[in-house]
Design a protein around this ligand. Structure first.
Ligand code: ATP
Length: 268
């Protein structure tokens, strides 16, 4: 059960400021238990990517800084480590929004760039594992990544992260710009990586429907704050979430601020 799993990654009451003045995150806390899929949901600009970048420390490259709070991997503080140290010491890796690939390199060359911390044999085994999980990439292994479809490029981006044998993947907006069937395919693979290979995921996603279908737990953000959290199965049935995020009310999407009361539920 999710409740009994130990916490792998925790974000504790962080505040983030961009360009010294723009306060973007206000007291955000979340947990990723070992072996779970946790989603960070919310509309465009809610602050999901900023949370992910705070953990992976890529925030600094965008003139952002965590001014309050802490980020832990188990009981160790990991704020201010380099991305290299995060993957080497903790197996934590960030797959960025926009499925960045080296367009002039082949699919296989792209994957191999993810194995820079591994030995030659580990890289070979890693390729086999990635091709098993993403059979499409095996058939496209010699194609230049720039000529592959958006879905295949997203698979390359995740596959490249897998080459480092991660324990936790921070996955930013994997569904962006992809057709519904491909989105399902990507999430099915995420599910397999989680259930078969024990990889934990924190996924920032605007597609609430698909994210709640595949997640164990979710946090819903609005204006830089977590407005609601709970087991994904519960949130899927929650009237407020259905109304605001699952497009089941037929009306215009509201915000938590428009509703009189909102609940923050903790289930672990
Ligand atoms: P999206 O799905 O569009 O990526 P998001 O929920 O991930 O949205 P963020 O990208 O984290 O949201 O953005 C949160 C807020 O921070 C937005 O108001 C955005 O304009 C602002 N922001 C993001 N990056 C920067 C930056 N580098 N400099 C200044 N403001 C930024």
């Amino acid at each position: 059960m999710t409740e009994l799993k130990p916490t792998l990654l925790s974000v504790n009451n962080i505040e983030v400021i961009y360009d010294h003045v723009i306060l973007v995150l206000k007291g955000v806390s979340l947990k990723v238990p070992e072996g779970s899929i946790v989603s960070l949901l919310g509309a465009n600009g809610a602050g999901k990517s900023t949370v992910i970048k705070s953990i992976s420390t890529l925030l600094a490259s965008e003139r952002g800084i965590v001014t309050k709070g802490t980020i832990n991997f188990k009981d160790k503080r990991i704020d201010n480590l380099t991305p290299n140290a995060l993957i080497k010491q903790y197996g934590l890796i960030h797959v960025m929004e926009g499925r960045h690939c080296f367009s002039q390199l082949t699919v296989e060359e792209n994957l191999l760039t993810g194995a820079y911390t591994r030995t030659a044999q580990e890289a070979k085994d890693g390729l086999e594992m990635v091709y098993e999980r993403f059979p499409r990439l095996k058939t496209r292994r010699s194609s230049k990544a720039g000529y592959t479809s958006g879905g295949e490029q997203q698979m390359v981006a995740i596959g490249r992260a897998l080459m480092a044998q991660p324990k936790v993947i921070l996955l930013d907006e994997p569904s962006m710009g992809l057709a519904p069937l491909l989105v399902e395919e990507i999430f099915e693979t995420v599910n397999t990586l989680n259930k078969n290979d024990g990889v934990s995921f924190l996924i920032a996603e605007q597609n609430t429907n698909v994210a709640l279908k595949y997640s164990d737990y979710a946090y819903i953000m609005e204006n830089g704050r977590v407005m609601m959290e709970g087991l994904a199965a519960d949130l899927r049935e929650d009237e407020q979430v259905k109304d605001m995020y699952l497009g089941q009310s037929g009306g215009e999407r509201k915000s938590f601020r428009d509703t009189k009361h909102y609940r923050r539920r903790k289930s672990w």
